[in-house]
Write a protein that binds this ligand. Sequence first.
Ligand code: FES
Length: 160
Amino acid sequence: MEFKFTEENSKKIEDILKRYPTKKAAVMPVLYVAQEQNGWISGEVMKEVASLLGMPSDEVLGVVTFYTMYHQKPMGKYHLQVCTNVSCMLRGAYKIYDYIKDKLNIANGGVTEDAVFSLEEVECMGSCGTAPMIAVNEDFFENLDVEKADQIIESFKNRN
Ligand code: FES
């Protein structure tokens, strides 16, 4: 399906482009806006971003596949990222990760049948001082244990 930025996002992108020396240099924030709008970065999204920024689609694909923050398939409404890097791991991240996997019955990269949650094991998100932590979409939840992680998931379930 063809992808076009909304008018609001086109304006957002105009502002982003003003902050970069070249259009190409803005590929990451532009992709981010695209993902916010579309939920994931499809081939059509990449085509549109490439044409907008005047760069080859292959280069856009290179960025999308390099950075884990870009989703290459549709994810859940609430995307859970569980950090299992050193600080979080030492403070029980795998207990939390395994608990969430079992609770939602999905594997890494999986999406629940109702498309409400998706799960991803990720590297350090820069919040090591408050490890272990998870992110739900843009929001960080820190100093977690299994009980707190459970409460967070339940609270998002109830928002739905
Ligand atoms: S190790 Fe988990 S946030 Fe840094």
